[in-house]
Write a new protein. Structure first.
Length: 294
């Protein structure tokens, strides 16, 4: 009897208060949705969420002074819903015992390309406009972590990483042995190649910027990974193959056994009357340099 009475009472109560019950359910649903959305935003966009379960003081400090300080933690440290729930279950079951996760040091490297393709800049460099990045990232599909360090929000290039792939690219001679690869190879978007004349001239000063051969790149003649100082054979094989048949060149090269660089001094090259006074008379009486080419 009490059971029938309770059932009858409940049905009567529901029938009499349908509108109120519907409004209450809608209110609960909306409140749940708002709370759920705010919690979702908190977990996905608020760095404070990260500090709730990690000892993050040192990491937060380095993030605040890094170039990525305008981006939230979750922009790079991405967790899927599956991984979030897996870590939650692991925490409930195992307590403070660390659970294996990827969002700390694995997934951030995959997030680099999300920004560094066209929108955000890497310093002043974007991947698509930098020859070095375009070649390594797009053509060779090399991971960012292969070349960059990732110690507490510092992503400087790892200058030792180059030699892991380019084992044969050693620097030879003329005081350049101690230089790292990145001292010469540019990854900036302003450099059409990974090496520019500006890079060379930053150290090697007082060279003429105009005149004969000034349009050539330094590395057209100098090869830091091979023979850094060009020889006469390099001149003849690369550009000046016909010079031996012009004027008195052949005579000087065969009988006098002179090389190109004996007469044509590096970065000056041309021989006029001024240069001839201290050059030609070492071997014979001075003659007008103009007669040399006939």
């Amino acid at each position: 009897m009490p059971k029938k009475f309770l059932t009858s009472f409940c049905l009567s109560f529901i029938e009499e208060n349908q509108k109120a019950i519907v409004m209450l359910l809608l209110l609960i649903s909306m409140t749940g949705a708002v709370v759920g959305y705010r919690y979702y935003r908190h977990t996905r966009e608020d760095p404070e969420f990260c500090t709730s379960c990690h000892m993050m003081q040192e990491a937060i400090k380095t993030w605040q002074v890094s170039k990525h300080r305008d981006f939230t933690c979750q922009k790079c440290h991405i967790m899927s819903i599956f991984e979030q729930n897996r870590m939650l279950v692991a925490f409930v079951v195992q307590g403070n015992k660390a659970a294996r996760q990827t969002h700390g040091r694995v997934s951030p490297w995959g997030a680099c390309k999300e920004c560094h393709l066209s929108e955000a800049t890497q310093g002043s460099v974007t991947l698509s406009r930098s020859y070095g990045h375009a070649k390594h990232v797009f053509m060779q599909n090399i991971s960012c972590s292969k070349c960059h360090t990732g110690t507490l929000h510092t992503f400087l290039p790892n200058e030792q990483a180059c030699s892991e792939c380019h084992k044969d690219k050693h620097i030879h001679g003329m005081g350049m042995e101690g230089l790292s690869c990145l001292k010469c190879h540019s990854y900036g978007e302003k450099a059409p190649k990974m090496i520019s004349n500006e890079k060379c001239l930053a150290c090697h000063k007082n060279f003429p910027l105009k005149g004969i051969m000034s349009s050539l790149k330094c590395f057209d003649c100098h090869h830091p990974h091979g023979q850094i100082k060009p020889s006469s054979q390099d001149c003849l094989k690369t550009c000046h193959g016909n010079e031996a048949r012009v004027g008195q060149h052949n005579l000087h090269m065969t009988k006098a056994r002179l090389s190109c660089l004996d007469c044509h001094k590096a970065h000056t090259w041309s021989i006029g009357k001024k240069e001839a006074k201290n050059l030609c008379n070492k071997c014979h009486a001075l003659k007008d340099p103009a007669t040399f080419i006939y």
